[in-house]
Design a binder for this molecule. Structure first.
Ligand SMILES: Cc1cc2nc3c(=O)[nH]c(=O)nc-3n(C[C@H](O)[C@H](O)[C@H](O)COP(=O)(O)OP(=O)(O)OC[C@H]3O[C@@H](n4cnc5c(N)ncnc54)[C@H](O)[C@@H]3O)c2cc1C
Ligand SMILES: *[C@@H]1O[C@H](CO)[C@@H](O)[C@H](O)[C@H]1NC(C)=O
Ligand SMILES: *[C@@H]1O[C@H](CO)[C@@H](O)[C@H](O)[C@H]1NC(C)=O
Ligand SMILES: *[C@@H]1O[C@H](CO)[C@@H](O)[C@H](O)[C@H]1NC(C)=O
Length: 514
């Protein structure tokens, strides 16, 4: 998931930059009277300073803390920054009394879809005060707070020699990744990030704080693993921790001439990952200025030694242009992976598609990469010199479903019977807001084409037309029907309605819905 011209939105903001922003924000906000009333009622229920408004520095700083530049242009009526579950509950209770007030929840602000963790004129509940993790050695569980970034969580757990299944770049947000599934370097060993969660301290739509327990409430627990935030606001996750020591990995950058060998290595890796679940790759195929391309591969192997056998070998035989792989601690690796993607800033789009692994079709990756280049090359010209698009090939070997099932199942519906699959992430970064619609359309054209190729690919893979190819929520575009791709859609929808009979989260909050 390499994103060259991007940076996380958490850079310190100096006052000289703030003044023009303040004027801009003051000019555009137009929240309704009942929204402003809800804001002031929430302020009345919370300690001083927990609700901020346009023109206040803490408000402006929060609106600038988004990964995609585009989201920094949205202006909530007020921002609530609760310090604990009870304060979140107070805000939810107030909002329950104002049926016409939109709101949304933000943890790390890395979801690039406008309106998911950002909002115009509604109430933004920013979890920024609830950061980091603690470890309970007796239970072997980590207690993980939703805000901050994976660097915080990993750093807090490092002294105990444990970690949790989480992001692959340390700069990424925590709460959204855990609620929307979570692909990790540890996924072939333990499943999705969400699969290792055993408890969710959650403010439910009725305003009460419930400790959802995977054993006591198995149906709700399965739904919590990959449905996003529609069942309530999670203030703390209880997660099965795993021991971790030194790891080998990092990033290698390759020029275009190495692609054929890299595709062959990827084709070999996917079906063999089950035999070596401690290894992982993210294969990023990058399209830049008019047909220019490069490949970036993120490598991971749990253990101190660079692999000398196994499915990573064909990759490691290809000479890179740049190589920053090494043996290091797991937190160091994630930190380094994040640094690599923080050079400048951009507006961003994500869109996803899930394809089968096709043993007889090693040309699949090149076909997909070429099509994406064809679709984007009209935009990636000298007129937009820093724009880039990429397609990530993310192995989702069938063995992941075994890990999921062993932990009780998840909303994405992975099972032990799953075939090998690959999760595609189509990403673009650009600068001009006037181009947003163009770039969204390019990604849509690409998934339409992928859809049109599926019957043939499924046949080549020996799978029927009905083969299960659920979409991966963390990489999706806001208009993709991710939950509709889940086999448990109807039951999850019913369950959501049962905990949220007024449709408070279903209709008024941002993010994916049943
Ligand atoms: C550079 C980069 C690298 C990435 N790498 C990975 C990766 O390795 N693996 C992976 O799986 N994904 C990855 N992603 C995708 C990432 O998981 C999503 O963007 C995810 O949403 C980030 O979490 P967040 O806390 O920043 O979410 P936010 O943007 O804060 O929120 C996302 C959604 O979740 C809801 N939400 C957030 N917190 C809560 C809460 N506490 N309670 C209820 N609802 C909540 C929000 O309302 C919103 O709808 C990456 C993204 C980026 C930008
Ligand atoms: C880029 O690729 C397209 C389609 O393959 C081709 O028509 C075009 O000439 C190429 N442009 C450059 C600058 O190579
Ligand atoms: C999403 O898909 C489900 C299941 O196919 C369907 O019932 C639902 O109407 C779809 N939702 C939207 C918004 O298209
Ligand atoms: C609120 O909803 C949760 C989940 O549906 C339920 O367990 C709890 O008892 C409810 N609390 C109240 C006070 O109704």
């Amino acid at each position: 998931m390499l994103l060259f011209p991007n940076a996380r939105g958490a850079a310190p903001i100096c006052r000289a930059v703030l003044w023009p922003l303040l004027i801009l924000q003051a000019a555009s906000a137009a929240p309704s009277a009942s929204t402003l009333k809800a804001c002031s009622e929430i302020a009345g229920r919370l300690p001083g300073g927990r609700v901020s408004y346009p023109l206040q520095l803490s408000y402006v700083a929060e609106t600038q803390r988004y990964w995609s530049l585009a989201l920094r242009e949205l202006h909530p009526a007020c921002i609530v920054s609760p310090q604990n579950a009870d304060q979140v509950a107070a805000a939810v209770q107030v909002l329950a009394g104002h049926a016409d007030v939109p709101f949304t929840v933000k943890s790390g602000g890395h979801d690039p879809n406008p309106g998911h963790s950002s909002i115009d004129d509604g109430v933004l509940i920013a979890m920024r005060e609830m950061v980091g993790a603690t470890y309970d050695a007796a239970s072997g569980h980590a207690l993980v707070r939703p805000a901050g970034e994976w660097n915080d969580v990993l750093g807090d757990l490092e002294p105990y020699g444990v970690t949790v299944v989480g992001g692959r770049l340390g700069i990424v947000g925590v709460g959204g990744l855990l609620l929307q599934g979570g692909l990790s370097f540890l996924t072939a060993q333990y499943g999705l990030a969400a699969d290792s969660i055993v408890g969710w301290e959650t403010v439910m739509p009725n305003g009460s704080v419930v400790n959802i327990d995977a054993k006591a409430q198995p149906d709700l627990a399965v739904a919590m693993k990959g449905s996003g935030g529609q069942f309530g606001i999670v203030t703390q996750f209880t997660i099965e921790a795993h021991p971790i020591g030194q790891v080998w990995g990092g990033v290698r950058l390759y020029d275009e001439s190495k692609k054929d060998k890299l595709y062959a290595a990827l084709h070999n890796f996917v079906p063999n990952n089950a035999d070596d679940p401690k290894s992982a790759v993210i294969f990023t195929d990058l399209a830049i200025l008019q047909n220019g391309t490069a490949a970036v591969v993120f490598y991971f192997h749990e253990g101190p030694d660079k692999p000398t056998s196994g499915p990573l070998m064909p990759f490691l035989d290809v000479p890179p242009l740049i190589d920053i792989t090494r043996t290091q601690s797991y937190p160091q690796l994630l930190k380094a992976n994040g640094v690599f993607s923080s050079a400048a800033v951009a507006r961003d789009s994500f869109r996803t598609f899930t394809i089968p692994y096709i043993p007889s079709n090693p040309g699949l990756y090149d076909e997909i990469s070429k099509k994406w280049r064809d679709i984007t090359s009209a935009y990636l010209t000298i007129l937009h010199p820093t724009a880039q698009c990429s397609v990530d090939f993310q192995p989702l070997p069938g063995v992941v479903g075994q890990r999921t099932e062993a932990r009780g199942g998840n909303a994405m519906g992975l099972t032990a019977a799953d075939p090998n699959r690959i999760v595609l992430e189509l990403q673009c970064g650009w600068l001009n807001g006037r181009d947003d619609a163009i770039l969204y359309a390019l990604s849509r054209d690409m998934t339409n084409w992928l859809q049109s190729r599926m019957p043939e690919w499924l046949a080549q893979a020996g799978l029927g037309e009905e083969a299960y190819m659920p979409l991966f929520m963390n990489d999706a575009a806001g208009d993709q029907n991710v939950t509709g791709s889940y086999r448990g859609y109807a039951e999850f929808k019913k369950l959501q309605e049962s905990v949220d009979p007024m449709g408070m989260f279903a209709k008024r909050a941002g993010g994916y819905k049943y």
